[in-house]
Design a protein around this ligand. Structure first.
Ligand code: SF4
Length: 72
């Protein structure tokens, strides 16, 4: 069964501003200044559940391992 993301955040110390996550998951991530950030609506459980696949994919594609998440 697919995992459900329960929390996602960006380790801004590791983010190199490549914007890959914003390109692949624009509903979830946005740039705030020089670093990626999780959009405010992505704190909602139902939103996270609906976007779990793309969050996990974005975390895997981040070249700096800056996208962190918890899943169940
Ligand atoms: S993919 Fe990773 S390094 Fe690139 S902007 Fe997003 S969090 Fe930052």
């Amino acid at each position: 069964m697919a995992k459900t993301v329960t929390k996602v955040w960006v380790d801004t110390d590791n983010c190199t501003s490549c914007e890959a996550c914003v390109a692949s998951a624009p509903d979830v991530f946005e740039m705030k200044g020089d670093v990626a950030a999780v959009k405010a609506e992505a704190k909602d459980a139902a939103f996270l559940q609906a976007h779990s696949d793309e969050i996990i994919a974005a975390a895997g594609d981040c070249p700096c391992e800056a996208i962190k998440f918890e899943a169940k």
